[in-house]
Design a protein around this ligand. Structure first.
Ligand code: AHG
Ligand code: MN
Ligand code: MN
Length: 336
């Protein structure tokens, strides 16, 4: 991978503008969305960094729409993104993992032709123990005609995405995104307060050494999932054994595998027959990024990006990672 050098410092704003120039018909709206998201990411990064100091650790004592305990930072991150994005005149609506229904653009603001879907804080149960968390986003074109978007605008297959990305609040803060023209990573320079291009044109290795899966569910997996996991771990003698690495923040696990190769899997199991992770806020954006980096993603029956969503908070099984390793999953699971 070619690393950026000190002589060619490229800020995310400059990179976004240069990419836009390659599309002569572009209105600048998508660029504006990405720029605003980068600002929101910096604001959330600040909160995450000082979480231990600012009394924002721990549960807020509320439950979100899926019955999960919301962490204070879940709420803060959710509000931060909404407030950074609602007045730009580029969105017709938003949807968040932390909001039950579609988030409308307030009447006092103008609207635009894009939809933003997001998981404001991914891996939030890891906050209290200082383990990396993330933010995931997905941008779709509005498909209905009104000034304000409807649920139909959010319920589009992942293949309709025009941009997707994530932020990882790790040992450094990185923003990784695609607009369908490769995958590019930016590292936040904490002194400058700028995301700088550090990982241009990320390519995922064809096969990987790491498997990210929660093995605690082994007893609840059914065939052929169990056989696939045995294959990945080299237990059936058919493949070199992968090492298991599971952070419990999808963004962190995916990021490692994107750079080094590997598979992130959250299969269906007897306790969660539909899987756990959310199609619109987690699986589709990471699947788009993965494909753009040369990888692949399936729900176990078909290409992830081809799944037609039917509800906002839909969950799905997911297998996302290096192309050769996902080909094994497709074959063993009988997926298209
Ligand atoms: P979120 O914090 O947005 O609810 O996401 C948590 C997700 C994902 O990040 C992670 O991979 C997975 O939940 C972990 O689930 P298990 O603890 O069941 O393995
Ligand atoms: Mn999540
Ligand atoms: Mn979340």
């Amino acid at each position: 991978m070619v690393r950026n050098t000190a002589t060619s410092v490229v800020t995310i704003d400059r990179f976004i503008i240069e990419q836009e120039r390659e599309h002569p018909g572009a209105t600048g709206a998508l660029s504006g969305i990405l720029t605003d998201l980068a600002l929101a990411a910096k604001m959330i990064a600040n909160k995450v960094r000082s979480a231990g100091l600012a009394d924002v650790l721990g549960s807020a004592g509320l439950e979100n729409v899926q019955g999960e305990v919301q962490q204070k930072l879940d709420i803060i991150a959710n509000e931060t993104i909404i407030k950074a994005m609602d007045h730009g005149g580029r969105l017709c609506c938003m949807a968040s993992e932390e909001a039950e229904t579609l988030i409308p653009i307030p009447e006092k603001f103008s609207t635009g032709r894009y939809v933003l879907l997001f998981d404001p804080l991914d891996g939030s149960s890891n906050i209290d123990v200082n383990v990396p968390v993330g933010t995931i986003f997905s941008v779709l074109p509005q498909k209905t005609d009104g000034t304000h978007g409807t649920i139909a605008d959010a319920l589009q297959p992942g293949s309709a995405q025009v941009a997707a990305g994530y932020v990882i609040y790790g040992s450094s803060t990185m923003l990784v995104y695609t607009t369908g023209n490769g995958v590019h990573g930016f590292t936040l320079d904490p002194l400058l307060g700028e995301f700088l291009l550090s990982h241009p044109n990320i390519r995922m290795p064809e096969t990987g050494a790491y498997l990210s899966v929660n093995n605690a569910y082994e007893q609840y997996w059914q065939e052929p999932v169990s056989a696939l996991m045995r294959r990945y771990r080299g237990l059936d003698g058919q493949r070199k054994a992968m090492n298991v690495r599971y952070v419990g923040s999808m963004v962190a696990d995916f990021h490692r595998n994107l750079l080094g190769g590997g598979v992130f899997a959250y299969p269906a199991n007897a306790k969660s027959p539909g899987g756990k992770l959310r199609l619109l806020y987690e699986c589709n954006p990471l699947a788009f990024i993965c494909e753009q980096a040369g990888g692949a993603a399936t729900d176990g029956t078909q290409r992830m990006l081809d799944v037609q969503p039917t509800e906002l908070h839909q969950r799905t099984p997911v297998y996302v990672g290096s192309k050769g390793d996902i080909a094994i999953a497709r074959e063993m699971l009988g997926a298209k």
